[in-house]
Design a protein around this ligand. Structure first.
Ligand SMILES: *Cc1c(COP(=O)(O)O)cnc(C)c1O
Length: 356
């Protein structure tokens, strides 16, 4: 046995790392387990200045995203994926061993894992019986005199249940927690329902932060590019903590092209196609007997509860279709999350389900 393990921080020794779809892997041709886009665009790269460190925040990229997201340039921070935003937020606002974050499970797993790696405690206020945020319970939890909660992570569309936020209730929570708690809305999938973004609230609320990514609707999961949107005062603090050259120059070039006028058109067309495919899948799923619940679909995925998900998962695996299993998560017994792929992939999925 190696002793080196005992050299690591105790929290790291105890940590179970996030099991990403890529780490879990699988065998097959139909990959519907990571909410990736099914298609890929081509980009031009200029490699003539790779000897130079990149800009801290590449100006063309920041301008392009600010135009797209309708925020000011100083209200943006570009990060290595939205996952890095989550970590930088925790490292900037939470004192290890003292402060905590609050999450509303079942939700995206990285909030808790990032907190753990930073030695920051995790409080939970479960989603309500509809899987919506229980705003009054969150407000009560963070308003207790003993509360050390510094950040509340909300996710909309919620991964994996698809629930959205209620704007008025969010505004009330922002007002009630002003100056004490940061409220983060994770909008990784907002391109699939852009009218439900909370970005318009940033101008009025200093304690609102929105996280975004190019990994989903922009079909650029490989380049690890995300954005944090907040008032300039928050962005300045995050900028003190993030690495000195967080955005590699080739990534900035690709991301800037994806955010060009033409790039945005391609993205919107992809969203239309995937939203249509989602409709096809929903219609097909409604006719299948072994399904007990279809969750609301707002992103490029649908969570489905089966009578016996292990059997369904095995049937998918046998046919080379890889899905994300949520059956071991509390309240998601027998649930499988299906990413919205191409029309052919949706048809394969329905074929397998109909054969059961
Ligand atoms: C995929 C995902 C992320 C991470 O996005 P990256 O930019 O690829 O790091 C963050 N939040 C949610 C809810 C996600 O589903």
């Amino acid at each position: 046995m190696s002793d080196i393990k005992y050299l690591a921080r105790e929290t790291v020794q105890a940590l179970t790392p996030y099991l990403s779809a890529r780490r879990i892997g699988g065998k097959g041709d139909v990959w519907l387990n990571a909410n990736e886009a099914p298609d890929c665009s081509e980009y031009q790269l200029d490699s003539s200045k790779l000897n130079r460190y990149p800009e801290f925040q590449p100006p063309q990229l920041i301008s392009a995203y600010a135009n797209y997201a309708l925020v000011k340039k100083d209200q943006l921070l570009c990060t290595r994926g939205a996952d890095e935003s989550i970590e930088i937020l925790i490292r900037t606002f939470c004192e290890p061993g003292a402060d905590s974050i609050l999450i509303c499970p079942p939700t995206y797993g990285m909030y808790a894992i990032s907190a753990e790696t930073c030695g920051v405690a995790i409080q939970e206020v479960a989603l309500d019986s509809n899987f919506d945020v229980d705003y009054s319970a969150v407000e009560r939890a963070v308003s207790k005199p003993t509360s050390q909660v510094k950040i509340v992570f909300l996710c909309a569309p919620n991964n994996p249940t698809g629930n959205m936020l209620d704007k008025q209730k969010l505004v009330n929570l922002l007002q009630a927690t002003k100056g004490k708690v940061l409220i983060v809305a994770d909008e990784a999938y907002i391109e699939f329902c852009p009218e439900l973004s909370q970005v318009d609230l940033i101008a009025q609320h200093e304690n609102l932060v929105i996280t975004r990514t190019l990994s989903k609707a922009f079909a650029l999961a490989a380049i690890r590019c995300g954005f944090t949107l907040a008032q300039a005062s928050v962005i300045e603090l995050l900028s003190k903590v993030i690495a000195p050259y967080p955005v590699p120059a080739p990534i900035a070039q690709i991301a800037t092209q994806a955010l060009s006028e033409n790039g945005l058109l391609v993205m919107k067309k992809r969203v239309d196609t995937l939203n249509n495919n989602r409709q096809l899948l929903q219609t097909g799923l409604k006719k299948i007997a072994c399904i007990t619940e279809i969750f609301p679909a707002t992103g490029n995925y649908i969570l489905v509860r089966f009578k016996d998900s292990a059997k369904v998962f095995a049937a998918f695996a046998k046919d080379g279709i890889i899905m994300r299993d949520f059956a071991s998560k509390a309240r998601l017994e027998n649930c499988i999350r299906i990413s919205i792929g191409s029309k052919a992939e949706i048809e394969s999925t329905l074929t397998t389900l109909n054969s059961l």
